[in-house]
Design a protein around this ligand. Structure first.
Ligand SMILES: Nc1ncnc2c1ncn2[C@@H]1O[C@H](COP(=O)(O)OP(=O)(O)OP(=O)(O)O)[C@@H](O)[C@H]1O
Ligand SMILES: [Mg+2]
Length: 391
């Protein structure tokens, strides 16, 4: 029997599918799923094509129906006949009064009965052991699917809380940092009187550290925003010449490359390679990759950027002849706050660059991968984006 129960991560939808499946599989006229809440049952879904279904949210004592009580107490399925009409009133009397056969299956999670799946027939065809076996199969998958759905919604809630916290923390940091940076630049420029010679170096260091902190705060804010948009929606995409994006990234990195006496080469080819992508996102990804290539190279850094089209995709390849990444770290460097041994040798950096870059690439329908790396020899990162030239 094929199940689509496990495909949905919305708990309500899982319950709806479970019940629909159960009613069809055992040829029932109606059915309901109820959560156990202390001594009471609460209807979470009820389906009844021929009459008004039981109202969702309505509750009644477990002890009201002997068969339900037995199913909860023993954890075993119970086959029973007509429901005792004397115990019913209002909408329950209407929905259950004409029922002649009932099968109640307790659903257990971690050894505890947490819900009851009940199906019934108005026709005089009793349930048998085959029906019990069929319902048990469905119930087993349903419990797993429900647990996954619940874990998923808890995880989403946690992700939202984390994003909100990151956002708040970064905003709180940004304000005082702007004030400190402002005063430092006034002091360096001499607008509060020419600084003493001996202050020059400490002021330069404070300014550099402020810039590092500002970059960190920006990365935290972006991480929080990405977390949010990954849940809420997608970025806008435009036609982008990747060769141009690469040349612009090289221009932006030129001052740092010069300081490090690094060599950056490009190979953008004569034909433009057009991608459908967000220009700012691509710029940020390339900046992160080039900065890493420059940072994690002992001795003179050599970096090479190339652009090509391949199998309906546009690619940018960023290679360096730097320190490389050991095999066991090659996937982990894309995780947040993870820095390799090469990273910890350098003091700056927070381990967010690659995590942000991969997320930005994926949001735009592309990917970012470390295609090759060997310690002491170098690394090759490849950014793939949807091509505009797909036919
Ligand atoms: N080109 C590279 N060569 C060698 N190691 C690299 C390279 N790129 C990244 N790494 C390793 O991967 C780690 C994670 O990189 P990532 O860019 O995510 O963070 P970071 O550079 O440490 O900090 P930041 O958030 O400032 O970018 C780095 O700390 C480094 O150890
Ligand atoms: Mg980095």
């Amino acid at each position: 029997m094929a199940f689509d129960l496990a495909e949905s991560l919305d708990p309500d939808e899982v319950v709806r599918r479970l019940l629909r499946r159960a009613i069809e599989a055992v040829d029932a006229d109606r059915g309901s799923v109820s959560w156990i809440d202390g001594d009471e049952l609460t209807i979470v879904d009820s389906q009844d094509p021929a009459a008004t279904p039981l109202p969702v949210g309505s509750s009644w004592p477990i002890a009201l129906q002997a068969h339900t009580q037995r199913a909860v107490a023993t954890g075993q399925p119970v086959i029973s006949g007509a429901i005792d009409a004397g115990t019913l009133s209002g909408p329950m009397a209407e929905a259950l009064g004409s029922v002649r056969h009932t099968l109640s299956l307790p659903l257990a999670s971690d050894g505890k009965v947490v819900a009851i799946l009940a199906v019934s027939r108005r026709r005089d065809v009793p349930y048998d052991d085959d029906d019990v076996a069929t319902l048990r199969d469905i119930g087993g998958v349903a419990v797993l699917a429900l647990r996954n759905a619940r874990l998923y919604s808890q995880a989403q809630e946690a992700a939202r809380a984390k994003a909100a916290f990151l956002n708040l923390a970064a905003h709180e940091l940004r304000t005082p940092l702007t004030v400190v940076s402002g005063y430092v630049s006034m002091l360096r420029e001499g607008s509060m009187g020419m600084p003493d010679e001996r202050w020059q170096r400490p002021l330069d260091i404070i300014a550099a550290k402020c810039a590092e902190l500002a970059a960190l705060v920006e990365n935290l804010l972006l991480t929080a925003r990405l977390e949010h948009s990954a849940i809420e929606g997608e970025p806008a995409a435009h036609l982008l010449d990747l060769g141009e994006a690469v040349v612009e990234a090289v221009v932006r990195s030129a001052p740092r490359a010069e300081l490090l006496a690094a060599r950056i080469e490009t190979n953008v080819g004569s034909q433009p390679v057009l991608a459908v992508a967000d220009r700012d996102h691509v710029a940020r990804i390339l900046d992160n990759l080039v900065n890493n290539a420059l940072s994690y190279s002992s001795g003179t850094a050599r970096v090479r950027l190339s652009v090509s089209a391949e199998g309906g995709q546009a690619r940018v390849c960023v290679e360096d002849g730097g320190d490389g990444i050991p095999e066991e770290m090659q996937e982990r460097v894309f995780e947040r706050f993870v820095r390799g041994e090469t990273g910890s040798r350098h003091t700056t950096g927070t381990g967010l660059g690659l995590a942000i870059s991969r997320q930005l690439a994926e949001m735009g329908g592309g990917s970012l991968a470390l295609e090759w790396s060997r310690p002491g020899e170098g690394s090759r990162f490849v950014l793939r984006l949807p091509s505009a030239d797909q036919d």
